[in-house]
Write a protein that binds this ligand. Structure first.
Ligand SMILES: [Fe+2]
Length: 265
């Protein structure tokens, strides 16, 4: 079984580069399950229902988010419209599972691929330099206890490399893949851990690389150099799609390979 995980889509150039590549990559690798992190798809801040629909139209099965999930208020109603056992699109866009109790939406989706393989996707968020999240290690243990599928993909949306690596080891042998998002910088440490969990500290942004993590570089430089607030806008130059391709055994859920993907114009 092949799983494609596309890193954080950032702004219009990120959407465009993903539109350009996701189809041929899915086709070339006979991808069974496609997961895309979309939390910065709308100009770098959140995602709207119509943009989520666009990305579903490209073949995504499940969309994940992170700390920017509520930046666009329209998404709240979209996610609120999801029923627990539904397979409709609003149910297949996730927010981090370890947000505060009572947060709208869902952090886990359990589905079946067209080829009949049961899977689960979990959106999890780190605690270091992040607000409003509960202990991700405790949260994922609780979540995994309730999942029947063997194929389990965890998007760990976190800032700090150590927290992400620790999560990889915490879940080794219990998840098919633990893939980091949020920093927008891909790391070259992809590997299959001894217990059969594919891991990469950060898959990287699908967006403009002539930028500072997606934002127009001059605006960020101005802020660093003057300490003054300013407007942040999504950059456009040098877009790349970053993704991880995970191969696993559909029966056991154990990963056998992980490949890093970075495709430009
Ligand atoms: Fe983020």
């Amino acid at each position: 079984m092949n799983i494609l995980f596309v890193g954080d889509i950032f702004g219009s150039s990120g959407r465009r580069i993903v539109r350009e590549h996701i189809g041929h990559v899915r086709h070339a690798h006979a991808v069974d399950l496609t997961v895309v992190n979309v939390e910065n798809a709308a100009g770098g801040f959140g995602v709207t229902p119509s943009l989520a629909e666009e990305i579903f139209d490209l073949g995504a099965d499940v969309l994940t988010t992170g700390n920017h999930v509520w930046d666009k208020r329209e998404l709240l109603e979209y996610m609120r419209s999801a029923q627990p056992d539904s397979t409709e699109r609003p149910r297949r866009i996730l927010r981090p599972v370890n947000m505060q109790r009572g947060t709208p939406g869902y952090g886990v989706y359990e589905g079946t691929t067209q080829s009949g393989i049961d899977y689960a996707v979990v959106n999890l968020m780190g605690r270091i330099y992040m607000n409003g999240t509960n202990d991700p290690f405790e949260a994922i243990d609780t979540v995994l206890a309730g999942i029947k599928a063997k194929v389990i993909v965890v998007d760990f949306h976190a800032e700090v490399t150590s927290e992400k690596m620790a999560m990889g080891w915490h879940l080794d042998g219990r998840a098919t893949a633990v893939l980091g998002t949020h920093t927008h910088v891909p790391t070259a440490d992809e590997r299959v851990l001894p217990g059969g969990t594919a891991f990469q500290t950060d898959v990287g942004m699908s967006g403009p690389y002539d930028s500072v993590i997606g934002v127009e570089k001059d605006m960020v430089l101005h802020k660093f150099r003057t300490g003054m607030p300013g407007k942040f806008e999504a950059a456009k130059g040098n877009p790349k799609m970053c993704a991880a391709l995970v191969t696993c055994d559909a029966v056991t859920g154990r990963a056998s390979a992980i490949q890093r993907i970075m495709l430009g114009e």
